[in-house]
Design a protein around this ligand. Structure first.
Ligand code: F0G
Length: 358
């Protein structure tokens, strides 16, 4: 028999779940933790820098860790449908896990502000897609009200099952490193994930699995940085559409993670986000979506300010989603002359490498 796959199979005893829960899994979790030496060098870091490649989950984002738990519980409770608001990844994940469980999915999305790959995933997996003339925060308010009045399972991260599943990423980081990292850097939108990581580190610490918890570094996009400003943003704007959120539901969880760990929540510019995305792809071959690159952009910003001067133990950046989610933006990353038209003559193609055919 193959080794168990999926976060329920691997971490069940660490999750607060009812007995006899059926497992709706697509084999999520166990994602690579990769060292990125060229970025380390570029930033002049003494500490090893790692990225946790969450884009390698079944639907291409970390949402799958939480969705396996939330949809398993929905099935267990006899629900017929799951609903969520989403900037795209939650919708793609909900659609896939609902299909797997034989449940209906309804996803409410901000019209015109969701990356093409995510929308394609939700449609392909058969979800009902409702596009609203509004942003994520308004869509979330709508589905919260819907779930309070109807017998449907809300699978946004306001559902505690989502955070239970997502905390397994913190367990994995510690299991691979053999200790907690010194720093954990993460993009922050609705703030569920930073809350879940902190829960995971705290649980491992209390169980004696790690001797200390990491310093938590959360990064928001400049135009969507309510936690940095200390107040909601009514019209969030950023190229990183996944984190285009002005009123994070897990506000308190993010602040607690920051303050209990002695960490920082800071803003990074869209330009820095796109630069980090490109650096990761071109120097290391790791292609993540823009929102994910906010963690690396944030670490770069702090590194330049001397923040890691005395750091010697690991820094881990969470890369939350795959670059394939947003193919249109990625295609625009090309440099002039990188993509050319050719005839089918060998000489012409060889010349692109500066070679002449003998
Ligand atoms: N990175 C990506 C790729 C995301 O899709 C999200 C959130 C985040 C980071 C931020 O995580 O909300 O827990 O702070 N995406 C949600 C969605 C909002 O609908 O897919 P968070």
């Amino acid at each position: 028999t193959p080794a168990p796959r999926g976060v329920l199979a691997r971490y069940r005893e660490w999750l607060a779940l009812p007995a006899g829960l059926p497992e709706v899994s697509l084999g999520e979790g166990d994602t690579p933790l990769l060292r990125v030496p060229s970025i380390e060098r570029a930033l002049g870091l003494r500490a090893p820098l790692f990225v946790k490649v969450e884009g390698q989950n079944p639907t291409g984002s970390f949402k799958d860790r939480g969705m396996t738990v939330a949809v398993s519980l929905a099935a267990h409770r006899g629900r017929k449908a799951v609903v969520c608001a989403s900037t795209g990844n939650t919708a793609a994940s909900a659609a896939a896990y609902a299909a797997r469980a034989g449940l209906e999915a309804l996803v409410v999305l901000p019209e015109g502000a969701v990356a093409g790959g995510k929308l394609a995933q939700a449609i392909a997996c058969g979800a009902r897609v409702a596009q609203v003339d509004g942003n994520f925060d308004q869509a979330l308010a709508l589905v919260r009200e819907m779930a309070s009045r109807l017998e449907v399972e809300l699978v946004n991260s306001v559902n505690p099952a989502r955070l239970e599943g997502q905390k397994t990423a913190a367990f994995e980081v510690c299991d691979v490193l053999g200790e907690a990292p010194a720093y954990l850097a993460i993009p922050v939108g609705n703030a569920g994930n930073i809350t879940a990581y902190w829960m995971g580190f705290t649980q491992y610490h209390e169980a004696g699995r790690i001797s200390s918890r990491p310093i938590m570094l959360g990064f928001q996009a400049e135009g969507a940085a309510p936690l940095v400003l200390g107040r909601p943003v009514s019209r969030p704007e950023t190229v990183a559409t996944a984190i285009r959120i002005g009123r994070p539901a897990s506000w308190q969880g993010a602040i607690r993670a920051r303050d209990e760990s002695g960490g920082v929540i800071a803003a990074v510019s869209d330009r820095a986000i796109l630069e980090a995305q490109q650096e990761l792809a071109q120097r290391e071959g790791i292609f993540c979506e823009p929102a994910s690159a906010a963690s690396v952009a944030g670490v770069a910003q702090l590194a330049r300010a001397g923040y890691f001067r005395d750091a010697s133990r690991p820094i881990v950046c969470v890369l939350t989603g795959s670059g394939l989610k947003d193919p249109d933006r990625a295609a625009r990353m090309g440099r002039p002359g990188q993509v050319v038209r050719v005839t089918s003559r060998l000489e012409e193609v060889a010349a692109l490498l500066g070679a002449t055919v003998p």
